[in-house]
Design a protein around this ligand. Structure first.
Ligand SMILES: [Zn+2]
Length: 209
């Protein structure tokens, strides 16, 4: 059953405001349905709010609204809880699809500026998918519990010696060492291309890069 639905016949001539709570249980269900795609996401412990203004424009319906709420993700560094606040404005253009008008999915020729257009059939506009999308759009690629999260602390016993991460000096045989031997700097090679064919028949030496 749809959580957020309105009837087009409810809309007054001048449009109408709607407000719906975004229930914790509804959001939890939505995330559950995402399966593996939800990647550690869960509903926060507070209710969100969907508010929008809807008006008819010919046979279309225009929605302008806002989704306020939150999600809880997994911190990408320490796997702790990373709360995500959502306050997103959205606008939608919904076109009627029915017997007399655009009866077949995909029949209409969409011009480029109509690609974001949504459709509704009959009298009912359901916004569940749109609300879920608005919430998920706010999830960052790498959620953090806090900006300076240092991740899972590595115990001293499993850390390597401190000099392990020190910059390694160029050893013998490295490009830098070979160049130094030849009296060249690395920059001298810049812009030079290796000849495509060796004229003396020797196998071409592999150029280190
Ligand atoms: Zn963290």
């Amino acid at each position: 059953m749809a959580e957020f639905e309105i009837k087009v016949t409810e809309l007054d001539a001048g449009g109408k405001d709607f407000v719906f709570p975004i229930r914790v249980a509804w959001l939890a269900e939505q995330l559950e349905a995402l399966g593996d795609a939800r990647e550690g996401l869960r509903a926060p412990d507070f209710e969100g709010k969907l508010s929008f203004f809807a008006e008819q424009a010919g046979t279309d319906v225009v929605l302008q609204g806002r989704v306020v709420g939150g999600l809880v993700a997994e911190c990408s560094r320490c796997l702790g809880a990373a709360p995500i606040a959502v306050d997103a404005a959205f606008a939608m253009l919904l076109s009627a699809r029915g017997k007399g008008i655009r009866p077949v999915v995909g029949e209409e020729d969409l011009s480029p500026d109509e690609i974001d257009r949504e459709f509704f059939t009959g009298d009912l506009i359901v916004l569940d998918d749109a609300v879920r999308e608005q919430l998920l759009l706010e999830v960052p690629m790498q959620p953090l519990c806090q900006q300076d999260c240092e991740g899972i602390p590595v115990p001293e016993s499993v850390k390597g010696p401190a000099d392990l991460m020190a910059e390694v000096e160029p050893g013998p045989g490295s490009l830098a060492a070979e160049l130094a031997k030849a009296g060249l700097a690395k920059s001298d090679l810049a812009g030079q291309e290796a000849p495509a064919v060796q004229t003396n028949g020797k196998p071409r030496t592999k150029r280190a890069r």
